[in-house]
Write a protein that binds this ligand. Structure first.
Ligand SMILES: C[S@@+](CC[C@H](N)C(=O)[O-])C[C@H]1O[C@@H](n2cnc3c(N)ncnc32)[C@H](O)[C@@H]1O
Length: 326
């Protein structure tokens, strides 16, 4: 064990599950019980299923709220993504679910070269560009909407973080990540971006790539990021949204007190990546029903899909932001 690993192990002895997870309804610390985490303040229990904490509010687990219907549709889609990848027999190789980035004349911010024979190079490059020149060594990082854990694995390999937490609303993806995870300083939980199950000021960095487009209440997500970030730390953000929504987002983030370090349109880099690899990526998926396959074409941004046309026409943009919590 080298010095860095030793220090990280020591550090993790003092970070128990009990201290890390808080109630997603009232944000009081959760107490660890045999098969659940429980909140003494609001008397709510959260199941721990096969070692995975399921930290969704009871509201989200109930039926009849249209906002929650959007989230349940997302859970269903990404559960099917996992099934479809299993069917295509490539599941273990597909750890990223983003469009990827190919360089163009657009300014690049990452100083890092991607080593030869790295898989999913375009997706790794997108992650590198979202990180830019941020220093992540020794940091506590939360990846919201972590999907199948590609970013967490690369962060661990290249950036020497002290602790990594991946949160996603889709249990199938979190289970995939949990089964691959060999490290004590990496944790995964099922949770909702709009009610993050962590205490105030618990992270040095929040990462969010290609996930917020699916959140019904973006303002609440930004409030949550602001709440869980320490002062002087960074929100590293990349997503595809309608142009007007980005303007609204910039305003909201500003009102919360975030300082914009970078706000860059990288739509052309996304389109180049999709031209190169979206069709090849699609081949990894085993066919499920027609509705799923139609949705998959959109979520892969295949040339000819609505989302691809919206990027070409400029109705939507893919932007990277680096926001400092002042
Ligand atoms: C396109 S994938 C991107 C995954 C990952 N960031 C990556 O770069 O590979 C979008 C992810 O956002 C997750 N997601 C959508 N809505 C969410 C929410 N309200 N809370 C947490 N995760 C959510 C989905 O389950 C999915 O895994």
């Amino acid at each position: 064990m080298n010095d860095h690993e030793l220090w990280r192990t020591e550090l993790n002895k003092v970070i128990s599950l009990e201290h890390m997870y808080h109630c997603p309804s009232c944000y009081a610390p959760l107490i660890k019980e045999l098969t659940a985490l429980s909140c003494e303040a609001c008397k709510t229990n959260y199941p721990v299923s096969g070692e995975i904490p399921i930290l969704l509010t009871p509201l989200l687990r109930s039926e009849g709220n249209p906002t929650d219907q959007v989230k349940q549709d997302i859970q269903q889609h990404y559960t099917q993504v996992s099934e479809s990848l299993e069917k295509g027999q490539v599941s273990k190789y597909v750890t990223f679910l983003n469009y990827g980035y190919l360089p163009s004349a657009n300014e690049q911010y990452s100083p890092l070269e991607i080593p030869q024979n790295t898989m999913s190079r375009n997706a790794v490059k997108l992650l590198f560009e979202v990180i830019g020149q941020a220093d992540l060594e020794g940091k506590h990082i939360l990846d919201v909407g972590c999907g199948r854990g590609g970013s967490i694995e690369i962060l661990n390999r290249f950036f020497k973080p002290a602790m990594l937490v991946g949160l996603d609303i889709t249990e199938a993806s979190i289970r995939f990540n949990h089964n691959r995870n060999k490290f004590k300083h990496i944790h995964f939980c099922v949770g909702d971006a709009e009610s993050l199950p962590f205490g105030n000021e618990s992270f040095d960095v929040v990462l969010n790539i290609e996930s917020s487009y699916a959140y019904p209440d973006m303002t609440e997500f930004y409030r949550q990021v602001d709440r869980v970030l320490k002062k002087g730390s960074h929100f590293l953000y990349g997503d595809i949204l309608p142009v007007s929504k980005f303007e609204e987002s910039a305003r909201m983030l500003n009102q919360l007190g975030f300082e914009t370090i970078r706000n860059q349109d990288i739509s052309e880099n996304i389109l180049l990546s999709c031209d190169q690899s979206a069709s090849r990526n699609a081949e990894a998926y085993g066919a499920l029903d027609d509705a799923f396959m139609a949705r998959l074409r959109e979520s892969l941004c295949l040339p000819g899909s609505q989302i691809y046309s919206d990027l070409i026409s400029g109705v939507k943009q893919f932007r990277i932001m680096n926001l400092l919590k002042a």
